[in-house]
Design a protein around this ligand. Structure first.
Ligand SMILES: Cc1cc2nc3c(=O)[nH]c(=O)nc-3n(C[C@H](O)[C@H](O)[C@H](O)COP(=O)(O)O)c2cc1C
Length: 348
């Protein structure tokens, strides 16, 4: 995420510690999914054993729509977390994002803390860098290098204007970025995904990003980890601390982003994330139009606990998704997406 060369590594460990130990989950805005209910089917006419939650995303097969959202890299602690996440991703054939890799270009010696391909040779692996870095000396050459070093299948450009406002010495020149994103998309040999970090992407912004060549959108909407709160916790001056608190619950709820983008652009590879915490919510987002659904904080928490906790999390979420398919009479995710079995609470 927004990075300043001198403190990048401390910042990465700060982020992990704060996300785990402080109250930085949105507390006055939800992901919006409580507005929706599935229509229950009492006689599914399906054999549960035949339910299939695999799909294709950006040309690669995934065994579940669950994505490990971009988090970390750069420190020894981050390396251990990345390795564990990669191993669980490989075991269950899940897609995985790696944390923002700007530091790899600045300090190639830390690349090993991000590199997970040897632990996950087969997965859909996503590199990540802040889009704003395109205004701070990073361009096609650096992005290509990042993708190559990490052996990634696609590049995520994260959009984090609010976080940069609250972060001390944040990178706040977001001028003319759309144009630069477009040039990058035109030249990079892998797909570019635009992602927020917990404040959401509106349908209008998604449209602009797709017009310049972005191939996929990860809405990373509001309702989960609040980066305004995380940066507020890190800030050492009272103004930045209060600023973060004021904007703690800022953004577009995840469900609203996905419903709007999914409705208008049913064919774009759409990722839902931001405050998603179980497989029932994953299924609701698939029904609203998402193709993959990302979790960040729950994976971080489980990774800090044990490999067994990670395995339990993935098994639980996958089973919850299958249970929704069974109890709505849908054999696979594509049928669920086209089934119209998700209703707003008012119309159930
Ligand atoms: C410790 C931590 C570090 C993160 N670092 C990045 C990052 O480097 N790049 C990025 O795009 N998002 C980053 N995120 C944001 C997540 O990918 C995600 O968009 C956000 O946390 C909302 O998801 P959640 O509510 O499931 O946590 C980070 C999240 C956490 C918890």
């Amino acid at each position: 995420m927004g990075e300043n060369q001198t403190t990048t590594q401390t910042r990465k460990d700060d982020h992990i510690r704060i996300c785990l130990d402080e109250k930085v989950q949105c507390d006055q805005i939800t992901n919006g999914l409580e507005k929706y209910r599935f229509h229950h089917v009492c006689l599914p006419e399906l054999d549960y054993q035949e339910i299939d939650i695999s799909s294709q995303f950006l040309g690669k097969k995934v065994d579940s729509p669950l994505l490990i959202s971009s988090m970390t890299g750069g420190t020894t602690n981050a390396q251990l977390i990345n390795q564990q996440l990669a191993q669980i991703a490989q075991k269950h054939n899940l897609a995985m994002g790696i944390g923002s890799g700007r530091v790899i270009i600045e300090k190639p010696e830390v690349a090993s803390t991000f590199k997970v391909r040897s632990h996950a040779p087969d997965i859909l692996l996503l590199a990540n860098i802040g889009a704003v870095q395109l205004n701070y000396g990073y361009g096609y050459k650096e992005c290509l290098e990042l993708v190559k070093i990490l052996e990634a299948d696609a590049l995520i450009l994260h959009l984090n204007p609010l976080q940069e406002c609250i972060q001390p010495q944040g990178d706040t020149n977001f001028k003319d970025l759309l144009n630069k994103i477009g040039q990058l998309c035109e030249n990079l040999p892998v797909p570019v995904i635009a992602k927020e970090v917990g404040n959401g992407i509106s349908v209008e912004m998604a449209e602009k990003l797709m017009e310049v060549g972005v191939q996929s959108i990860d809405v990373a909407g509001a309702g989960g980890t609040s980066w305004a709160m995380v940066e507020s916790e890190r800030a050492d001056n009272p103004l930045q601390r209060q600023l973060g608190k004021t904007f703690a619950n800022w953004g577009i709820p995840t469900a609203d982003c996905v419903a709007n983008i999914g409705h208008k652009y049913p064919d774009i590879p759409l990722i839902a994330s931001g405050g998603v915490r179980n497989g029932l919510e994953v299924a609701k987002l698939i029904a609203l139009g998402a193709d993959l659904v990302g979790f960040a904080y729950p994976f971080l928490k489980a990774a800090m606990e044990s490999p067994q906790a990670l395995d339990f999390l993935v098994n639980l979420v996958n089973t919850e998704i299958k249970t929704v398919l069974f109890c709505t009479g849908n054999k696979n995710l594509s049928l669920l997406q086209h089934s119209h079995c998700l209703k707003t609470s008012l119309s159930v």
